[in-house]
Structure formats: C-alpha cells, structure tokens
Design a protein around this ligand. Structure first.
Ligand code: MN
Length: 493
C-alpha cells in the first residue's frame, strides 16, 4: 500500500472578514472491558436492575478502602501499547473533588499529574492512501460516576450507582484535528483498535465510548491556539460532527463581531442542532486535586509491560497492509475487511490458497450483503468459510458460472450442505462440452430463421442467440463457449 503522510486538510469557514480554520482536540472516555470495577469486586454487567452492582466501596460507606483491580491496569497498558504510547512505570491516583448526587464519595479517583500512559499516536485515512497522524497526549485511568434519573418521578430524582466505579480510560488527544470528519475518523479508529485489543467494546449506544470535544477556531494559517469551548459527553459520531460544525461557526461569529469567545463547557442538543452553555469552564484547581491517600503510587515492572506487549494482536493498520500485500485486494476492500477483526479472519480463511480478489469480492458483496440484510453478525453466518471456499473453487475451475454460483450461494445459505454435492445433485455444473453446446445452438438457429436473416445484416444481434441458448440450458452452458459457437455456426450459414 502506498501511503503518504499528509498535511491536514482544514475545514475552512469563510467569514465576512477572513477565513477561519477549526482546531479540535478530543477527550475520549472508553469503558474498560473487565468483569469487575476499578476499585471493587462489583460486576460491570450492563442492564441489570438499578443499584444491583454496588459494593460498600462504590457506595462510599465510611471506612471502606479501594483495592486496585490489576486487570484494569493491564487493559489500560494494552491500550497504550496498541496506540504506540509510552507506558509510565510510575503513576499516581488523584482525587478530583466535586459534589454531585451520582458521586457518593464526593470525589472521583482519577490521574492528573502522573498518568499511566504517556504520548502515543493514531493514524487516520480519510482519502485512500492519505494517512494523517494524530498525537495522543496521555491516557489515564479513572472511575465512572453513577447515573441520575430525572424522568421517573415528578418531584424526585433517582440515582443508579451500577456504573459508579467502573474503570474508564480517558484518552486525551493533542489539538491535531482540523475538521468534523477527522474527529469522527479518529474516534472510529480508536474504537477499532480497542476492539481488536479487547480492551473496550466500543458500544457507543450504551455509553461505553463517549467523547468531550474541545473546539476553537483561528484565522487560516495561524499557529496560535484561540480560546476553546468543550462540548461534553457525546456518544454518536454524527452528533459530534454536527456539534463541531455548529460550535465552530458560532465562535467565528463572535470573533468577527469583535467579541471574545469565553472558555466554557457546553452541551449539544441534537434536537435543535445547537450547543448551549452549561457552565463556565472549571480549571484543575477548582477540583482541588490531590493524591488519593488510600492508594499507593502505581509502580509497574517493565517486564510485565513486555509480557503484555507479547499479547498484542496484529492491529488494523498492519493487517490492512498485509491483506493488500498477501492477497492483492484493493485499498478500499482492505478497509472493509479490517473494519472488524472477525471479518478479516473469515476472509483469510476463505482466501488462503485461493484468488484473493475473487474471495474479497464474494466475502464483501455476497456474504456481508446477505448478513446485513438478515441482520446477522459474522459469527452467526449460515455459510462457513469452508463452504464459501468450495463455491469459489467451483467458479475458479470453470465448473459453475458466476451467475450459477450466486444461486448456489443462496441454496447453501438457506439449506446448508456441501456445495460440491449440491452442484451434483441439482445438475448445476456448467456445460463446457462443445458437442452438446453445438446441438443447442443449432436448435436455436433452426427455430429462429428470421433472426438469422437479420443477423446477416446486423452482426450485433448475436447476443439474441446467446441469450436463447443460456435460457434453454438454464444458464448452465459455459457463456464463453456459447458465444464462440454462435459466431461459428452463424458465419457458416
Ligand atoms: Mn474524565
């Protein structure tokens, strides 16, 4: 694959006075895949009844002490390694103090001054072959808060602490993004990598991946950073793009009117398509951060980091390059195939020692198309890689045509079975024996003397005879041979 790093293609907002560019940075909260919470043994399972998964620690009962879940640390290190980041062997948990009903401790245990993971990088590709590097500033571990429910009772609010204390990785980017599209591509790339790693399931609907988006604008070409606003807690890439668009244009309006953008936290309302002020932005000192006295600094053995590194699977960027190199698939097809690890694995089982392009074509168009239509995941596919491989073998050997292969695919999809056996039982094999094709072609010519006369004036009409022969043989005649035979016999008449 030919890739080149590219300069950003900033989304330009044309103002009345000058042109403006967007500057975007993201803080992504990714829920760690783990059976237990970050500092307690409560379950992290989603969708149980309210306050079912709550330990004394989660409820902040007096005297309860947090115990760090080693597995969550391992998952965060794995994520850091997958994002080509430095892992800090010394990190510290801090208390971030604020009052809110869904935070029983009165503080969130987070990491501010010494995060677990340092600088890393992610590559995004908006145009084929044009790769942009987005830098990650750091990743820290922290607890999630609970959930306030305001819509159950007319005059009371309820609190569900099931989510309280679940481990989050906060992935903070540098302000390297320059358009809503780049921001969306960046989140989806993070999601993809974490799904490959098994460290975050990326389920945005359940809120397992959500982002705070920092947006500012500046005159095109400037290298200054202007005042930014933070749009909180969004879990849809579509809304994120809409919010960035609205917010950037709002800020351009303020600057051009001679005003000044105020640093603040805003909320996006998908109903109106607008952002609105939520509160003026807190600084770190507003949260009175200090090291959590209940937890020792986290010191990590470099040998442990290396053993985790050995567990890192092949990630989408490398996998994509390999699929292109090894199977000759196109850049676009490779992107589709690596979207999910299981998709690529299925493809490789079909493609190994076969024509890679043909395999990609069938996996993407027929298989993914049918799965999509049926609302099935790849793991639920009624057709196995072995069965699809057999169908491709029949095409490659010329025993069935592409058209028959599609019928065969539908039969195997609906009824199962061995494609070779089905082809025999239903006599679907392509007729490539010239003798029997000649008989049918001659029949067709004899039945259509008027068309034969017309053909003599207009040789383009040969297609008519080919069509008739294909119909008579239920599409089984080898179309190439039929074509040759039609021309041969017609020129003899
Ligand atoms: Mn956070």
């Amino acid at each position: 694959m030919e890739t080149r790093s590219s300069e950003p293609q900033p989304r330009i907002i044309i103002g009345t006075k000058e042109n403006w560019e967007m500057v975007i940075g993201l803080e992504v909260h990714a829920q760690v895949v783990s059976d237990a919470k970050l500092f307690s043994s409560s379950s992290t399972i989603f969708g149980t009844s309210p306050n079912n998964n709550v330990d004394f620690v989660d409820a902040a009962m007096p005297g309860m002490l947090p115990v760090l879940n080693e597995y969550c640390v391992k998952q965060a290190i794995k994520t850091g390694l997958g994002l080509r980041a430095e892992i800090n062997t010394y990190s510290v948990f801090d208390r971030k103090n604020y009052f809110y009903p869904d935070l029983p401790q009165g503080y969130q245990i987070s990491q501010l001054y010494h995060p677990l993971v340092g600088e890393g990088e992610v590559f995004i590709e908006l145009d084929p072959g044009v790769v942009r590097r987005i830098r990650i500033e750091h990743i820290h571990l922290e607890q999630d808060a609970g959930k306030s429910l305001h819509d159950i009772h007319p005059s009371f609010s309820y609190v569900d602490l099931n989510r309280t204390g679940i481990a989050l990785m906060e992935i903070v980017s540098f302000p390297d993004l320059r358009s809503p599209e780049e921001a969306a591509a960046y989140i989806l790339k993070l999601r993809q990598i974490m799904r490959y790693l098994g460290t975050c399931d990326g389920n945005m609907q359940n809120g397992n991946l959500r982002a705070d988006v920092n947006v500012s604008v500046r005159p095109q070409g400037s290298d200054q950073l202007y005042t930014r606003c933070e749009i909180k807690n969004m879990n849809s890439t579509r809304f994120i793009q809409q919010a960035i668009d609205f917010e950037a244009n709002r800020q351009v309006g303020i600057w051009e009117d001679g005003g000044e953008v105020q640093q603040e936290t805003r909320l996006y309302d998908p109903g109106t398509g607008k952002t609105r002020s939520m509160r003026s932005k807190e600084e770190a000192h507003d949260y009175r951060y200090f090291p959590c006295p209940d937890l020792l600094p986290l010191e990590i053995d470099p040998a442990w980091i290396e053993s985790i590194r050995e567990d890192i699977p092949e990630l989408p960027d490398e996998l994509k390059k390999r699929l292109i190199r090894q199977y000759g698939v196109s850049n676009y097809d490779a992107d589709v195939l690596v979207a999910e690890k299981e998709h690529a694995a299925f493809f490789e089982q079909v493609a190994s020692s076969r024509n890679g392009k043909l395999a990609a074509n069938w996996v993407i168009n027929e298989l993914f198309g049918s799965l999509n239509k049926a609302g099935l995941s790849i793991n639920e596919s009624p057709i196995s890689p072995t069965q699809l491989g057999s169908i491709l073998d029949l095409i490659e050997s010329g025993e069935i045509s592409g058209k028959i292969a599609k019928n065969l695919f539908e039969i195997i999809w609906a009824e199962g079975g061995d494609p070779l056996q089905v082809v025999d039982e239903r006599q679907m094999r392509q007729v490539s024996d010239t003798g029997s094709i000649e008989v049918v072609v001659q029949e067709v010519l004899d039945e259509n003397p008027a068309q034969v006369e017309k053909f003599k004036k207009n040789p383009k009409l040969a297609g008519f005879f080919v069509g008739q022969v294909m119909q008579k043989t239920s599409g089984r005649a080898n179309p190439k041979l039929v074509n040759e035979m039609v021309y041969k016999l017609l020129s003899d008449t």
